[in-house]
Design a binder for this molecule. Structure first.
Ligand code: ZN
Ligand code: ZN
Length: 375
């Protein structure tokens, strides 16, 4: 990190978001971790699309807060009782780790049903108001992870920037491909609508699972071309704001994953299914026009339509495994811009990134506000 001085062990600096485009560097005391909690020193955080939607106002988020939920860091402190990774291994100070976006209670009916992403007492990392646990998000030198957050170690084969992507985009894509496999044992033909990071990660996961034909569609030709480098075997540039399902009847896809969130992409995914196929919808995370549904096609085609929002702890582990397994075959580093200092975070929201993600790396410069009571 050049000549920047690292934050001391008891001292964190975060970019606190105050609503709109307003960020202010603010100092916080790093707490001692309670049982099950982990303090992580952040190495790199990437700016997810949902952070951009929050800052632009297209998505509501509590302010003031510390955003950022795609990060990689090092374990800086543990409770004396320790903490374990998703695979059950004991975490140690210094381990390079990634963590999930949700902290679940582990006791409610939804957790018991294996749907911890929808826990009734859910906390969301990087989406919490400052409150008495301010260090939630990754746009900070340190993160205070509550118990119930999945954590997994990162092998040396996965550099920091791609590793950061595991916590949101790659784990969500892995969850979508898992949803496919729960309904179609051996998919051969798959369609992915939307070639942002969720889309290219889905392509990589489908290719790693041995899917032979993977078609990707996006409005942006450069994104379609980039997705081919992750294993897409066909690509199509589609017009914006049209239901591009026309001509798909009988296309015979075993699986179709919508990451575009557009009504046209959703319609295309459903229309493209062959008999017994599954459409997995994950991109529709803000309000859109309803999508007309040809129910007869769904009925006669034995089709499934599944929604996926966030993911389960095993998907985080599998996301890191996917990044490691494809580290030399897929251009993950090219998906992320070189990180800028955390102090420059606000500028990243003022422009469209040249790659799929922009990134920041602490530590902060030494001009943070003292105190923790932003106006
Ligand atoms: Zn995200
Ligand atoms: Zn729960």
């Amino acid at each position: 990190m050049g000549t920047d001085r690292p934050a001391g062990p008891g001292h964190a600096v975060a970019q606190v978001w105050h609503g709109g485009g307003g960020f202010r560097p603010t100092a916080f005391a790093v707490p001692d971790p309670a049982p099950g909690e982990v303090i992580v020193r952040v190495r790199v955080s990437t700016v997810c699309g949902s952070d951009r939607h929050t800052v632009s106002g297209r998505r509501s988020g509590p302010a003031p807060s510390i955003l950022g939920h795609e990060s990689v860091g090092e374990v800086a402190a543990l409770h004396p009782d320790g903490a374990v990774a998703v695979d059950g291994a004991e975490l140690r100070v210094g381990d390079r780790v990634v963590w999930g976006v949700t902290a679940a209670c582990g006791r409610c009916d939804r957790c018991a049903a294996g749907r911890t992403a929808k826990c009734r007492r859910l906390r969301k990392i990087g989406h919490e108001p400052l409150g008495d646990r301010p260090l939630s998000g990754g746009f900070s030198t340190h993160v205070h992870l509550p118990s119930g957050v999945p954590i997994t170690t990162v092998p040396d084969a996965v550099p920091d920037a791609p590793a950061a992507l595991a916590g949101c985009a790659v784990a969500t894509a892995v969850a979508c491909v898992d949803a496919v496999h729960r309904r179609v044992a051996r998919p051969r033909r798959a369609l992915v609508c939307g070639a942002g990071l969720l889309g290219v990660a889905s392509v990589a996961a489908l290719a790693a699972a041995g899917v032979e034909h993977i078609e990707v569609r996006d409005v942006d030709p450069s994104r379609v071309a980039f997705a081919r480098r992750f294993g897409a075997t066909a690509g199509r540039v589609v017009p914006r704001n049209t239901a591009d399902g026309t001509g798909d009847d009988g296309a015979g896809f075993d699986a179709a994953i919508d990451m575009s969130g557009s009504p046209g992409g959703v319609a295309a995914c459903v229309a493209a299914l062959g008999v017994g196929g599954v459409a997995v919808l994950a991109g529709s995370v803000r309000p859109h026009a309803p999508v007309p549904l040809d129910a007869e096609r769904v009925v006669r085609g034995h089709a499934s339509i599944v929604g996926v929002h966030n993911y389960e702890p095993a998907h985080l582990r599998d996301a890191v495994r996917l990044l490691a397994a494809t580290a030399s075959s897929a251009p993950w580093p090219d998906a992320v811009e070189p990180p800028v200092p955390l102090g420059l975070l606000p500028t990243l929201f003022e422009r469209t990134p040249a790659r799929l993600r922009a990134a920041v790396a602490p530590p902060m410069p030494e001009h943070a506000d003292a105190g923790t009571s932003p106006a």
